[in-house]
Design a protein. Structure first.
Length: 275
C-alpha cells in the first residue's frame, strides 16, 4: 500500500507534448516559410511585452511550432530550436516532484509572459530545455492537411540514452514507439510518443562535434525529391549532402534551415507507427 502510494505521488500530470519552441527573428519571413511555403496554419498568437516578442503558434499536420519572434534587432541572438513543451494538469505538483528528483529549474512556476497560463522551464537529463505549462487551451486544432503528411518527430541528441529514456518515459509519461539501429555508424534511435507527438532520441556515442540538444524537427512528405524541388523553387536552400538515402536505409531524407537557422528534415518513409 505504501509503495503504491509513493508511485502515485511521483508520477507527473503531463497530458500532452504541446509544441517545440523556436527563438525566431522577423515575423514576416517566418510566416512566409512556415505558412506560405510549408502550408502550416496559425492556431494562436500572443505577445510578451517584457521582451517585445510575438508568439506565433503554427500547426503543421498535428504538431505545433511556437515561434518566439524577437521584435528588437538586438535580441535576435541564439536563434533556433530552443525547447520542447509539455502540458500538465498540475504544474505546481509536477514542479515539486521533479525538483525533489534533482532536476534544475529556471524559476518556480510563474504566469506566462504572454499571460496565457503558468509555466516553468527545467533542464532534462541530457541538457534539453523543457517547458512545463498549465493553461486551459492546448491550441491544437484538427490535423492540418497539405504537403506535410505528419509531424514526424522532434530530434534530441541523447548522449546518455538511458538517462534520456528514463526521463521521457518515467517523468514525462511517453511510451516507446520504435527503436532503430544503424551498426555502420554506431547510431541508435529511440522513438517515444505521446499520442501523435514523437520525440527521437538520437544516440551517437562517437560523434564529434556534439550536436545541439535539439538537433532538428522532421516532417513527413510524400516524396523527398519532389519536396526538395518545390522548396528550391520557393528560394529555400537544400543543405549540402542532401537529398540522400536515410541512414536506416528506409526512405530518403533532405534537410533545410528555417529562417532562424533551425534544421528541418523531410522524410518520405511510412509513418513510424506503420514501419
Ligand atoms: Fe514554449
Ligand atoms: Fe530525425
Amino acid at each position: 500500500m505504501q509503495c503504491h502510494y509513493r508511485l502515485q505521488e511521483e508520477k507527473t500530470m503531463i497530458t500532452e507534448l504541446n509544441h517545440v519552441g523556436i527563438v525566431a527573428g522577423a515575423v514576416e519571413e517566418n510566416l512566409n516559410f512556415y505558412v506560405d511555403i510549408l502550408g502550416g496554419k496559425v492556431v494562436n498568437e500572443g505577445y510578451i511585452e517584457a521582451s517585445n516578442t510575438k508568439c506565433i503558434y503554427v500547426q503543421l499536420a498535428s504538431g505545433i511550432i511556437e515561434l518566439l519572434c524577437r521584435g528588437n534587432e538586438k535580441d535576435r541572438v541564439n536563434l533556433g530550436l530552443n525547447h520542447v513543451c509539455f502540458l500538465t494538469d498540475d504544474l505546481d505538483g509536477d514542479y515539486e516532484k521533479l525538483l525533489a528528483a534533482g532536476f534544475v529549474f529556471t524559476s518556480p512556476p510563474k504566469v506566462a509572459g504572454s499571460g496565457d497560463g503558468r509555466l516553468t522551464f527545467l533542464t532534462d537529463s541530457i541538457g534539453t530545455r523543457v517547458e512545463l505549462i498549465q493553461r486551459d487551451q492546448s491550441y491544437k486544432n484538427p490535423k492540418v492537411e497539405g504537403r506535410i503528411l505528419s509531424f514526424d518527430h522532434i530530434s534530441l541528441s541523447a548522449h546518455d540514452l538511458q538517462a534520456a529514456e528514463s526521463f521521457y518515459t518515467e517523468k514525462m509519461g511517453m511510451k516507446e514507439l520504435k527503436r532503430m539501429r544503424v551498426d555502420a555508424t554506431d547510431l541508435t534511435m529511440v522513438y517515444l510518443n505521446y499520442g501523435e507527438d514523437v520525440i527521437e532520441l538520437l544516440n551517437r556515442p562517437n560523434q564529434q562535434p556534439v550536436s545541439p540538444p535539439i538537433g532538428h524537427i522532421a516532417l513527413r512528405v510524400d516524396n523527398v525529391d519532389e519536396m526538395g524541388e518545390y522548396l528550391a523553387s520557393r528560394g529555400v536552400e537544400i543543405l549540402q549532402g542532401f537529398p540522400k538515402q536515410a541512414g536506416t536505409g528506409i526512405g530518403r531524407i533532405t534537410m533545410v534551415k528555417d529562417p532562424n537557422g533551425a534544421r528541418i528534415e523531410f522524410v518520405d518513409r511510412k509513418d513510424l507507427r506503420e514501419l
